[in-house]
Design a protein around this ligand. Sequence first.
Ligand code: AMP
Length: 367
Amino acid sequence: MIKIDDLYFKPFLSAQEIAAAIDNLAYQINRDLAGENPIFLGILNGSFMVLADLTRKFSHDCEVSFLKAKSYEGTSSTGVVSLGDELDVNLKDRTVVIVEDIVDSGLTISTLSRKLQQHQPKELKIATLFLKPEVYNQELKIDYVGKNIEDKFVVGYGMDYNNLGRNLPELYVQTERMKNIVLFGPPGAGKGTQATRLKDKYGLVHISTGDVFRYNIKNGTELGTLAKSYMDKGNLVPDEVTIKMLKAEVEKTPDAEGFIFDGFPRTDAQAKALDELLASKGTEIAGMVALEVDDEVLVERLLERGKDSGRADDANEGVIRDRISVYYKQTAPLKNYYAAQNKYYGVDGVGEMDAITERLSTEFDKL
Ligand code: AMP
């Protein structure tokens, strides 16, 4: 996810996918207009990249010119098309191809087309890299389309939001601000169980560092072997290793609408690393939501879970108490880290599972 001005955008089409759309457009135009010496008329500012790439794929003689038109302010069409009249080529009896980056309602292109017809070209063709068929509502026929896309506000590859983002080589689509939540609490507080429920409800990606370590242990990876030596004793895996792994997990879903971090951060260094990682993506932690549960309840729950969870660290009361004490020493102080930023939300973690989900949801809704 990236932030442009005050809005958030997520990846939509890669540079390769855009190149494929350009190839598609170029193929159709090469097929139809060989020998016509067409004039490609780019509509500024958005079409400068399309025109540059398209004309390089046109294998015959052609001329290139530009025209300035504008009907967007922010993310919606103003409905008013302003047109610069500075045409520097004579269109009379020429084959003209208007080149657009994107056509949505079609208002700009049809106004333009009417105006250009007055110059009496031999033929006036319309080419657009992207078309939004759901919202296109004009009579005018669009002759060449690189790719149809859904009706979303896109930025990049020449297209802007408040004049920014034109230089991006990929296409991005507007999205909600990411909702990143640290689900916090001591071992046995119910973070994993609740995260599984909440991730579906809120469309978030759940990352449990404990689960990732256990997956690595099960698959006998080097990381798993290393982590196991700490986990079996109830100690924390070193920050360097955990942070690197967490970053890799986050990178696996670049278009996530947000994350529930479960079991991370557990130390001050991890909290700082998480802030830096999210800041580099133009986002941040919305809040830490903590399940508050008494120690004796935790021990009881973990011993119960250990009967069939297969987790070595749940089987033995000594290890359980060590984990709780590691929690108080190294992890619990993170409450202050987030409280200092007004981002700490405590929730009673004792009671019926559904009731706890409700309590957590009340806090999630506020974030
Ligand atoms: P959990 O499943 O969250 O209870 O984690 C189980 C064990 O994995 C912990 O006791 C640690 O040994 C290790 N672990 C999980 N997350 C972290 C983390 N953020 N930092 C260090 N160690 C972790």
